[in-house]
Every structure is written in C-alpha cells, then in structure tokens.
Design a protein around this ligand. Structure first.
Ligand code: COD
Length: 297
C-alpha cells in the first residue's frame, strides 16, 4: 500500500498505460489531464464527444490528436451512453468530462449499458493531509444523497474492500459523528452503533471499526483519554465514514483548501472504476486521479 501520492503515481507508471474511456471529452482540463497521463505512461484516452470541439481544444493545447481514439457523438446523452458501454466492454476505467455529475452518474447507473452491477456505487476520496502520516480514505462525500442503514453498511463495505484491494489487510475505520455515545435524536449514532457491532461480529472481515466517534477522538489519543473513550484506532485511522454527502464533501474540501491536503477520488461498486475530475483540479490532482484509476483497474 502506498503512503504518498507520489508513490501511487510511480506504481501506476510501472503498471503501464490503461485504456481510459472519457464521456463528453470536449473539455480543456480533461484533455490536458489525459495528455499528461499519456505522456507519463499511465493512460491511453478513448474520447467520446463532439469531435470538432475536441480537435479544436487539442489544436489550442498543441496536442497531436493521433495519440487518442476519438468517437464523434451528436449529443451529451449519446456520448455518455456510448462511453459507458465502451468501458463496460473494452475499457479499463471511465472518466467524466464536460457534463454535470448527476447526468454522468445517471449514465453510469443505467443498467442497460452494462457498467452497473449489483452493488451500491459509492465515492471514496483519498487525501494526503500535511499533518498525517498516511493516506486517509473518506466516504461518501460524492454520490449517495439519502442514506439509510442499509446504504451506510454498503458504503462501509465498499470502502473496506477498496482499501484492502490496495494492499492494506486490516483497515481501521472510524464512523464519524459529533459525539461518541448513542443519541436517539442523532440517527447516525444509532446506525454507527449497529455497524460497529457488525464489525465486531466479523461481517466485514478483518478490520477494526469504531463509532460513533467525533473527529478529535479519531485522530488524537490524548482527546480519547480526556473523554475516556476506549479506542484501538485513535491516531491511526485509515477510513473515515461520514454521516452525509454534505459533511464528507465539506470535510474533504476544507482539508484540501485550508489544510493543504493532496486529494483524488474514485467511484467504486460499478463493474469498472470511474474517476471524476473537477474543473478546478490542478494538473497534479488530475494526474493523481488518473493514476488511481490505472492502479485499481
Ligand atoms: N448505486 C447503485 N444504484 C443506484 C445508486 C447508487 N449509488 N443511486 C441510485 N441507484 C439506482 C436506483 O436504485 C434506481 O434503480 C436508479 O439507480 C435510479 O435511482 P434514482 O431515481 O435515485 O436516481 P437519480 O437519477 O434520481 O439520482 C442518482 C444520482 C446519483 C444522480 C443522485 O443521487 C445524485 O445526483 N447524487 C449526487 C451527485 C452529486 O451531485 N455529487 C456532487 C459531488 S461531486
């Protein structure tokens, strides 16, 4: 398991280029990111979208179009459907271009296109915070908007399986809330208590799950001591499970913009991995996401 994003990029380079299928590729940052990944030997792009616009962007960026496969599509819907079908049949991973997240995800979720399996899809952010000694995984700050206990269980399962697939055999999981006790008026504390019990019963295999936990206890053994919380994971957590999409999204962006954390993210649970790059991502961040797509595909 890599402990920095630079190590992750190096692993991706060693694995060699993977076939990255892009939906709605007529987008400057997307094409720039792919070209960077192409030059680093991480990805080969198959681009679905408006070919005229894609060629125009490549010409402005002085990129040789012959380095890519380009499939002309008349509409956004056609580009998403064809890209999703292509990645399901022949691609290694899918990437979002110039399209809203929800329209993109609707294509990914369309069961006729062959990418959605039986599992819940969930988003996992990877962070390399300046003041932490390893990579932190946060889920789900990206997809699932209405959570019930069953979805929370699937989000936890997806995150644990994903981290294990990267080589971490016993992930340490904190189920986050504002407190460490069950409060009948705070739904996530009830759900976290159930999931912690399931973890103790072995439902998720080898891992240590604790919750509800407040963030200070998750990261500071001193805070745990003062609050008299018994914990085996304080100060060494791998996975943070957040109670809502908003808390997860805000936490990741706070760490990124105020704490200087490096970040990338992926959608798991589909039959192939899916990376979504934000327009505001830096060149470095885009390369991290594409490297992650390479490694997990
Ligand atoms: N995993 C598997 N199947 C799913 C999931 C999921 N996460 N979500 C929905 N489905 C299935 C449903 O069971 C149903 O069969 C079908 O897909 C449609 O479900 P709906 O009607 O709930 O789907 P939509 O189209 O209303 O919403 C799905 C979205 C993923 C588009 C929606 O939840 C959404 O917009 N999420 C937020 C995305 C976002 O804006 N993120 C911002 C941060 S990047």
């Amino acid at each position: 398991m890599f402990t920095t994003f630079n190590e992750m990029v190096e692993i991706a380079k060693k694995r060699g280029p993977k076939r990255c299928v892009v939906a709605c590729a007529e987008d400057f940052p997307t094409i720039e990111a792919l070209y960077e990944a192409y030059r680093e030997g991480i990805a080969r792009g198959v681009l679905f979208g408006n070919k005229g616009k894609i060629l125009e962007i490549m010409s402005q960026l002085k990129i040789d179009p012959s380095e890519f496969e380009i499939v002309d599509c008349a509409t956004e819907k056609e580009a998403v459907s064809k890209a999703v079908r292509e990645v399901a049949q022949n691609g290694d991973f899918l990437m979002k271009g110039q399209i809203t997240t929800s329209n993109f995800l609707r294509g990914v979720l369309d069961d006729k296109l062959g990418l959605r399996g039986e599992q819940l899809l969930s988003h996992i952010a990877l962070l390399q915070p300046a003041l932490y000694h390893k990579i932190l995984f946060v889920s789900d700050g990206g997809i699932n908007v209405e959570l019930d206990l069953k979805k929370k269980i699937e989000i936890v399962r997806n995150a644990i399986n994903f981290v294990r697939s990267l080589g971490l055999s016993i992930p340490k999981v904190a189920l986050l809330s504002a407190i460490e006790r069950v409060n009948l008026n705070m739904q996530e504390t009830l759900d976290w208590a159930v999931i912690t019990r399931m973890g103790e019963e072995g439902t998720f295999g080898d891992c240590i799950i604790e919750g509800p936990l407040a963030l200070d206890v998750a990261f500071s053994p001193q805070a745990a001591k003062v609050k008299k919380v018994k914990t085996q994971i304080s100060g060494d957590v791998d996975i943070l499970i957040v109670p809502s999409i908003a808390t997860g999204n805000i936490m990741c962006k706070a760490l990124q913009y105020l704490g200087g954390a490096k970040i990338c993210g992926i959608i798991v649970g589909a039959l192939k991995p899916v990376v979504m790059l934000s327009r505001s991502d830096t060149r470095e961040t885009k390369l991290y996401s594409l490297s992650l797509g390479n490694i997990v595909s």
